[in-house]
Design a protein around this ligand. Structure first.
Ligand SMILES: Cc1ncc(COP(=O)(O)O)c(C=O)c1O
Length: 424
């Protein structure tokens, strides 16, 4: 893929760091021909290498606080002594906590965010022959859950906030449409009032993909409390991080809740009576028990996240496309799961920042509609999503970053912009 002139040996160190080794990339032996059809820059983005020893890490999943670590280990020890490792009181307590926090009546703990979306669709009998409207821009889990439920995703355009464009969603409604699946992308709330109005007008379900948006809220409500159902991922990358794979479905209708409880465990009632086929999607009790402890640090971590996002906004707003700055620590319109900027010189900026030891990510370089798995589906025009997907770049953001690290990233972007402006 790289010619002799561009081979890693002939490049300056920053460029060399950015060159992916397709030979070593997982899955490329079997799927290499698919990558071979794609432009070189896109392949580099898809196989973005991990920076060795970055100076600013994109995420840091370690638990550094010794007191929190001791409490987490203690709760695991208690659970091991107790022996109730499947479901049990810890799960019930955790479900109550999540439902109350998000303003929903019921929470059903499940094994991942993807499964949460899938189960929510199944609980509303959305399946073969049905269409579900989804934004073209999301992590592929959103579309896969729709397809595995048996329905067809209809990809629609996004606005400049990277969230579903409501007028585009309206234009995509057909007699087969059953639901709208808005994604609170990068942790920023969608326009849920307009989505709710549109859905009510057309008799559609609203299933929120709130995987990235735990804690996001505005005057109209909280992520997870708007739709007929909401799906959360709470894996270690997320705003309320678990310690492995974990997800949740939130609903208000008691019958739907009952059905979800059956669907999450092989479609059974009381374990022994199978009322409909399903797989095992149960949450791990150990996750629930540990998260009941780590819940104590969610709010301070969120406040810190917002402070850091505000600092980025202040320094970057005149240099690149920037998300709206939080007005205060109480402004939760976005919880900044990702701090995603836009720049038309994304590839060069990425390599420049990586050359300075800053771990950045393109999340995600392909729209869901552009994925090889979904190219056969009918395509609606997606001009905004197709433009933005070439410009998005997510910067490091997590509560363990220091102000100095944020300033270092911002200064590096400023240096890149002045180098680019002077044509050097
Ligand atoms: C928008 C979105 N939806 C769904 C998911 C799926 O969640 P999980 O990885 O827990 O299955 C994710 C995970 O990152 C996500 O970002």
């Amino acid at each position: 893929m790289t010619n002799v002139k561009d081979s890693p040996e002939n490049m300056t160190p920053p460029d060399r760091m950015a060159v992916p080794s397709t030979a070593k990339a997982p899955g490329t032996a079997l799927y290499g021909n698919i990558l071979g059809e794609m432009p070189e820059e896109l392949v580099a983005e898809l196989l973005q290498p991990t920076l060795p020893n970055p100076r600013v890490r994109f995420r840091d999943l370690s638990v550094q606080d010794p007191e929190l670590r001791a409490r987490l280990l203690h709760v695991v020890d208690e659970l091991l002594r107790d022996g109730r490792l499947l479901m049990g009181p810890a799960v019930e307590k955790w479900e109550r906590l999540i439902a109350d926090y998000c303003g929903a009546r019921y929470c059903v703990g499940v094994s991942s965010g993807t499964n949460a979306i899938y189960l929510a669709l199944r609980a509303f009998d959305i399946g073969p022959g049905d269409e579900v409207i989804v934004p073209a821009m999301s992590w592929i889990a959103t579309a896969n859950a729709v397809v595995l439920a048996g329905a067809t995703p209809v990809f629609v355009d996004v606005g400049d906030d990277l969230n579903i464009d409501v007028s585009n969603a309206e234009a995509a409604i057909t007699p087969r449409t059953r639901a709208i699946l808005p994604v609170h992308y990068t942790g920023r709330l969608c326009d849920m009032i307009s989505i709710g109005t549109l859905a009510a007008r057309h008799g559609l379900r609203v299933i929120e993909d709130a995987a990235q948006a735990f804690g996001a809220a505005d005057e109209s409500g909280r992520a997870g409390g708007f739709g007929d159902a909401a799906a959360f991922s709470l894996n270690p990358m997320k705003v309320f991080p678990g310690f492995g794979e974990v997800g949740a479905v939130l609903v208000n209708d008691p019958k739907i809740c009952e059905r979800l409880r059956a669907l999450r465990y092989l479609g059974t009632v009381n374990k022994e009576v199978c009322v409909e086929p399903s797989l095992n999607h149960k949450i791990d009790t150990i996750q629930a028990a540990m998260m009941l402890v780590s819940y104590d640090v969610v709010e301070p971590a969120l406040v810190r996240r917002l402070e850091l996002a505000a600092r980025y906004c202040q320094r970057l707003k005149d240099l690149v496309g920037c998300p709206a700055a939080p007005r205060s620590a109480a402004d939760r319109r976005s919880v900044f799961f990702d701090f995603t900027i836009t720049t038309p010189r994304r590839g060069e900026m990425r390599r420049f920042l990586e050359g300075r030891g800053i771990e950045v990510k393109i999340r995600h370089p392909l729209l869901m509609s552009q994925q090889p798995a979904y190219r056969h589906l009918d395509r609606r025009p997606l001009p905004n999503a197709e433009r933005l997907v070439k410009q998005i770049l997510s910067l490091p953001l997590h509560e363990k970053l220091t102000d100095d690290q944020i300033d270092y990233v911002a200064e590096s972007i400023s240096d890149f912009c002045s180098t680019a402006a002077s044509g050097r």
